[in-house]
Ligand binder design. Structure first.
Ligand SMILES: CC(C)(COP(=O)(O)OP(=O)(O)OC[C@H]1O[C@@H](n2cnc3c(N)ncnc32)[C@H](O)[C@@H]1OP(=O)(O)O)[C@@H](O)C(=O)NCCC(=O)NCCS
Length: 168
């Protein structure tokens, strides 16, 4: 893909909203959504956002600390909102917010947030450059700024060989 500064890509253009219904096969013995199933949904929603932005196949390189604040129950509706917070060079940070909804009471609560790093790759699995993303709203600009700080921490924690800190 040609990287063209005139052809600006905005956060809204690649946002993803994915909705799932928690069924018996998704739950543990307590009737709560399995952590692994939620992680799968988070990964898929985030991958779609990364690929929609980059027009490339993207692989998951890292998932930051994932905290399960509240259980999600059988029969609840789970909405996952994913958006690209920042592009570095070949990698991107995608943020995912998980909202659980009880349709009988209209109760809605944010149960999880997660940050994932995706790398755009070519047909041989080699990393390739991604077009920058242009934050527009106050929230998007905040997430863009904070993503750089998280990247520094992440590369140190993951002991990535490049450790290309604050390079962009
Ligand atoms: C992700 C992967 C392509 C990176 O390969 P690599 O040889 O480390 O590539 P590079 O050194 O060129 O790094 C590419 C980018 O990934 C980032 N990266 C690599 N490992 C990372 C990690 N553990 N955490 C965060 N970022 C990482 C680098 O910072 C770099 O970002 P930048 O170009 O934006 O600066 C490779 O490790 C891989 O294929 N991993 C397996 C992916 C996978 O199977 N995922 C699950 C299924 S989708």
């Amino acid at each position: 893909m040609k990287i063209n500064s005139k052809n600006k890509r905005f956060v809204k253009a690649s946002e993803v909203e994915m909705t799932e219904l928690v069924l018996p096969n998704d739950t543990n013995q307590l009737g709560n959504l399995l952590g692994g199933r939620l992680m799968e949904w988070i990964d898929i929603a985030a991958a779609i956002a990364a690929q929609r932005h980059s027009n490339r196949v993207c692989v998951t390189a890292a998932l930051d600390n994932l905290v399960f604040h509240h259980p999600i129950h059988l029969g609840e509706v789970v909405t996952l909102r994913a958006s690209v917070n920042r592009v570095f060079s070949t990698s991107m940070e995608v943020g995912v917010k998980v909202i659980a909804e009880n349709q009988l009471t209209s109760d809605r609560r944010v149960t999880n947030t997660a940050y994932l790093t995706f790398v755009a790759v070519d047909d041989h699995g080699k990393s390739v450059k991604v077009s920058p993303i242009h934050p527009q709203t106050v929230d998007e600009k905040k997430r863009y700024k904070e993503a750089l700080v998280r990247r520094d921490t992440r590369l140190v924690q993951n002991n990535h060989k490049g450790n290309r800190r604050t390079s962009v």
